[in-house]
Design a protein around this ligand. Structure first.
Ligand code: DX5
Ligand code: ZN
Length: 216
């Protein structure tokens, strides 16, 4: 069963609590939280304070996607704020295993993310240590960008290695996911679809989620 993780980046931040409740009722599996620092990506968004304040709003796992430099310095703060999954970019740290271990030591599920131009081979050595691999299908920084088609073979490659090695991490995709692109991701092996604009830009979030899943 494919999971759906609405990205609150495209929500109305003036009523963030209601927006989260709305997608929870609409059938979301995770709430995807995009953390940006204005250095690793050219945008600034959410800190641990916001994660802490949305934590009591929902029972769903908070899937916290760190797009920040020096992620090791903030893992503990996001874990204590209530993150259930924390993903770090391979490109953001030279000590990836250490970052993953720090996440696990907090009792949180650990994920690793790669940008569209980063080869899958660079995360091959960490596959056995993670709960989730997130493949960016846009360059991170903004919602509403166009899906980068060349990532699809990379989804297939990661899914192949997972099967070959008997591993069970989830494969998540993020960026430009909508009713036209979701199927190609799921067919290639994606288990979790992050979608921001395709859900929050629609009035009826239940219908928006169903439309994406119906086309997979
Ligand atoms: C991009 C973020 C995504 C973004 C997806 O940097 O990581 O989670 O919100 O937005 P859409 O679905 O609109 O491409
Ligand atoms: Zn994201």
């Amino acid at each position: 069963m494919t999971k759906i993780a609405p990205s609150i980046l495209s929500a109305d931040f003036a009523k963030l609590g209601e927006e989260i409740k709305d997608v929870e009722t609409a059938g979301a599996d995770y709430i995807h939280v995009d953390v940006m620092d204005g250095h690793f990506v050219p945008n600034i968004t959410i800190g641990p304070l916001i994660v802490d304040s949305i934590r009591p709003i929902t029972e769903l796992p908070l899937d916290v996607h760190l797009m920040i430099e020096n992620p090791e310095n903030y893992i503990s703060a996001f874990a204590k704020a209530g993150a259930n999954i924390i993903t770090v970019h391979q490109e953001s740290t030279v000590h990836l295993h250490r970052a993953v271990q720090m996440i696990k030591n907090e009792g949180v599920k650990a994920g690793v993310v790669i940008n569209p131009a980063t080869p899958a081979e660079l995360i091959q050595p960490i596959l056995a240590d993670v709960d989730l691999i997130l493949l960016m299908t846009v360059n991170p920084g903004f919602g509403g960008q166009e899906f980068i088609e060349s990532v699809v073979p990379k989804i297939r490659q990661i899914a192949h290695w997972r099967q070959e090695q008997g591993l069970s991490f989830e494969i998540e995709v993020d960026g430009g996911v909508n009713k036209d692109t979701a199927k190609r991701c799921v067919d290639a092996g994606a288990d979790v679809l992050v979608a921001g604009s395709a859900i929050f830009n629609q009035q009826d979030r239940k219908k928006a989620i169903e439309t994406i899943l119906y086309h997979t």
